[in-house]
Design a protein around this ligand. Structure first.
Ligand code: AMP
Length: 130
């Protein structure tokens, strides 16, 4: 099975978002702050589909919530809110979502929040009663 970097919770700097942060691969940037970067998802699932990531090396929400500084956390949360407002979905509604680990199908082992919006998104989970 392909390694994802999530197996040990040790940050793997070869993940795709780390490469974006180092400028090794391009992204469609939405905004950037001292501690956070927002860019368009390469395979958008809704008309608005932006990813917000911290610049620091955190594997997932589990890691970020435990280890990030208050400045990083405040910056990150404010950036997510601003991205949604700037995308024009604060009025119509949006969903912020973050996958941690195998049960949530996290694919990229650098913490990120998805901001989905621009249409009715549907219910929260695929099979709510399983
Ligand atoms: P997750 O399953 O929560 O880890 O989601 C990873 C997301 O990263 C997916 O929605 C992918 O489409 C997106 N993604 C993967 N590579 C890139 C990239 N180079 N630029 C932008 N988004 C990407």
């Amino acid at each position: 099975m392909k390694a994802t970097g999530l197996e040990t919770m040790t940050y793997d700097p070869s993940n795709i978002f780390a490469k974006i942060l180092r400028g090794e691969i391009p992204c469609k940037k939405v905004t950037e702050t001292a501690h956070s970067l927002a860019f368009h998802d390469i395979r958008p699932q809704t008309p608005v589909h932006v990813l917000v990531i911290p610049k620091g090396a955190y594997v997932s929400m589990d890691d970020f919530s435990a280890k990030a500084s208050e400045a990083e956390i405040v910056d990150f949360v404010r950036t997510v809110g601003k991205v949604a407002r700037d995308a024009g979905v604060a009025e119509s509604g949006y969903r912020m979502l973050s996958n941690h680990g195998a049960d949530a199908n996290q694919e990229v082992a650098h913490f990120h929040v998805h901001v989905f919006g621009g249409r009715r998104i549907g219910r929260m989970v695929e099979r709510p009663h399983d």
